[in-house]
Design a protein around this ligand. Structure first.
Ligand SMILES: Nc1ncnc2c1ncn2[C@@H]1O[C@H](COP(=O)(O)OP(=O)(O)OP(=O)(O)O)[C@@H](O)[C@H]1O
Ligand SMILES: [Mg+2]
Length: 253
């Protein structure tokens, strides 16, 4: 689903990425860890098409994004990549529902369809009754879950998160992490998560260790600790009720 080949990136004379090769499969939850300054955010930004590499290639769902022009790239990013940052970055003057809708409207979807989808996503996050609230009226954990809903509105190929739980207390942190695995199990959603949280890193399918602009360990797919075809628990919404969100065929590349 994502292939990075020999990615190099420098800022001035500082060589931040020194030849990164990485493959990420559909439905994988991959964590990227490493000391401050290792190049994790830089790598995520390049993988997420927010920044360009000096050399090397980034292929996402078969598209070599280094070959796209600015406009095409913006459209590709809007459709294929969802972002979650350390601080929610919701727009304060809009409600939770409107914040979730914005990338959908930018992507040219109808208001009606986008609104319905946004409401469903918020309900899936347990925030159905908070949809009309503005960010200032939501807790930190709620805001971060709204940010996840916003990342998902266009059914992206991959969600990229940079320290998504970095600003949360342990209960909200655990809930957010559970949500990631839930979304993977139910929707086949692919996640790439930069984190300093060792517990989260341990539970992901694979951990990429970075240091000084390089990947340290050969990435060993770990025995999946989470079921990837978990049956809904009694009382939980079944994938039937989530059908509009249920779109990734497991075989899709
Ligand atoms: N736009 C920029 N201009 C100049 N230097 C930069 C820029 N962005 C990052 N750097 C430098 O590149 C190096 C890697 O930064 P990066 O943000 O990728 O690290 P990181 O692994 O995400 O660290 P942290 O865990 O602290 O977030 C750092 O030395 C940083 O100062
Ligand atoms: Mg960083």
């Amino acid at each position: 689903m994502i292939q990075l080949r020999n990615i190099h990136k420098s800022f001035g004379t500082l060589e931040v990425l020194k030849g990164i090769d990485l493959d990420i499969a559909q439905g994988e939850v991959v964590s990227i860890v490493g000391p401050s300054g290792a190049g994790k955010t830089t790598l995520l930004q390049i993988m997420g098409t927010l920044d360009r590499a000096d050399s090397g290639s980034v292929v996402i769902k078969g598209t070599d994004v280094s070959r796209l022009g600015q406009k095409e790239l913006a459209r590709f990013r809007n459709r294929q990549i969802g972002f979650v940052f350390q601080f929610h970055q919701l727009l304060p003057e809009f409600t939770a529902l409107e914040n979730v809708m914005i990338p959908g409207l930018i992507g040219g979807r109808s208001r009606r369809e986008t609104r319905q989808k946004a409401q469903e996503l918020l309900e899936f996050m347990g925030l159905g009754d908070r949809a009309g609230h503005k960010p200032s009226e939501l807790s930190g954990g709620e805001k971060q879950r709204v940010a996840v809903a916003r990342a998902l509105i266009n059914e992206p190929a991959v969600v990229m998160a940079d320290e998504p739980s970095g600003s949360l207390d342990s209960a909200n942190k655990a809930e957010l992490h559970r949500l990631f695995f839930d979304l993977r199990d139910r929707l086949g959603q692919t996640f790439v998560i930069v984190t300093h949280d060792e517990e989260l890193a341990r539970t992901t399918d694979r951990t990429i260790h970075m240091k000084d602009g390089r990947i340290l360990l050969a990435d060993q797919p770990r025995e999946n600790t989470q079921s990837s075809c978990a049956a809904p628990q009694p009382g939980e919404p079944s994938s039937e009720t989530l059908s509009p969100l249920h779109r990734h065929e497991p075989s899709e590349q």
